[in-house]
Design a protein around this ligand. Structure first.
Ligand SMILES: Nc1ncnc2c1ncn2[C@@H]1O[C@H](COP(=O)(O)OP(=O)(O)OP(=O)(O)O)[C@@H](O)[C@H]1O
Ligand SMILES: [Mg+2]
Length: 358
């Protein structure tokens, strides 16, 4: 007798891991099912949705009532591309939407709604614009930094000479201030100029620089802050400059430590991701490194500008950590993204696996 092959996954398990948001409605257009991607897309909790009218749970769909009604009563499926869904004064969602009538367990008419969020694509184009803009800004800032560097060196040298010529401790105080402030400016200018050499790329395991940063940071971590790892050991080696990767992760983890203050958790996570587009190039495989903290999050107003040079919310911050990280990632043909809300801030670095010149 032929045995049916046994499946080892439950349909719920599959549905909750889909990137597509799936919603089911009954004949009265009340919600009967909602998967995890829907919860994320529409910002709702499935537990509080069942048997509720769809437009109460999903105000984004309220204006589509007549189309949904028509679909269920006429049994007509439809698909709409690049649909802009709005709810109240919030940001619109852009989705591809498919509506399919079917019959449920009780042989009653029902609707299956599928939403594919186009946010990822939108984010790429936004990110490209941001990268181009940042590169242009960078060139201008580098030019300016160069102009400041030489006279600054002269100024410091002259103050040093002057210091040697004078005995009055009162006057020496002034030269000390000039030298100290010149050094501070010098540090800033060095930061603005960025790395002095092109990356020296060697194949390496991504976890090696990550572990190095973990060890570095762990030495003076507040007692209440924990650093947790969730690595995928099967990730193949990537061509990268070890020192530059260390600098990138050090800046990201350093920011997370600062944001957490006395207590919290930082998660370092690595994954391989298939088919990922960076700067218009689709890569077969990229490494994704997430640095996630459960701190207070980034101010909504600050978020769009955090990769700009000299943007900082901290009095002692120079606001150079993220732009430098972004530039180094750019030298590796990669991408950095950030998502933040109170309680979870995630910086994701994507690095392509294939070697490229430059
Ligand atoms: N994990 C995080 N949580 C909360 N805010 C963050 C986080 N990472 C970055 N930020 C915000 O982004 C700003 C810019 O970060 P960036 O690393 O560029 O500069 P900085 O840390 O202020 O100064 P620097 O790194 O040059 O010492 C920070 O001042 C902070 O407001
Ligand atoms: Mg920083």
């Amino acid at each position: 007798m032929r045995r049916e092959p046994q499946t080892r996954v439950r349909p719920d398990n599959i549905l909750d891991n889909l990137k597509t948001a799936v919603v089911c409605l009954d004949e009265q257009l009340c919600v009967t099912y909602l998967n995890t991607a829907s919860e994320i897309l529409f910002g709702v909790s499935a537990r509080h949705c069942f048997t509720e009218p769809f437009d109460r749970v999903l105000p984004y769909l309220a204006e589509h009532r007549w189309r949904l009604s028509a679909a269920i009563h006429e049994g007509a499926a439809y698909t709409e591309r690049e649909l802009h869904l709005r709810a109240g004064g919030g940001d619109p969602l852009t989705v591809d939407c498919t509506v399919t009538p079917f019959t449920d367990f009780n042989a009653r008419p029902a609707l299956l709604l599928e939403f594919l969020s186009l946010e990822r694509q939108l984010r790429i184009s936004r990110d490209d614009q941001m990268r181009i803009q940042n590169l242009a800004n960078r060139e201008m800032i580098r030019g300016l930094a160069h102009e400041i560097k030489n006279p600054l060196g002269g100024l410091r040298g002259a103050a040093q000479l002057l210091e040697r010529e004078i005995d009055d401790p009162h006057l020496i105080e002034y030269t000390t201030v000039i030298i100290r402030e010149a050094d501070r400016l010098q540090n800033l200018v060095d930061g603005l100029l960025g790395p002095r050499r092109p990356p020296n790329k060697q194949p390496m395991n991504i976890h090696e620089p990550l572990e190095h940063v973990r060890a570095l940071v762990s030495t003076d971590l507040p007692a209440g802050v924990t650093l947790v790892r969730d690595y995928d050991p099967s990730i193949p080696d990537i061509p990268a400059d070890r020192e530059q990767l260390i600098q990138i992760f050090f800046n990201l983890v350093g920011n997370a430590v600062t944001a957490l203050g006395a207590s919290g958790q930082i998660l370092l996570r690595t994954r391989a991701q298939r088919l990922f587009t960076i700067g218009g190039t689709q890569h077969r495989l990229v490494v994704r490194i997430d640095v996630i903290d459960n701190g207070p999050g980034i101010d909504r107003d600050l978020l769009p500008r955090i990769f700009h040079p000299m943007v900082s919310s901290r009095a002692e911050g120079s606001g150079m950590g993220l732009p430098i990280a972004q530039y180094l990632i750019h030298l590796h043909h990669g991408l950095i993204e950030c998502e933040s809300q109170p309680g979870q801030t995630m910086f994701s670095v994507f690095l392509p696996l294939e070697a490229r010149d430059g």
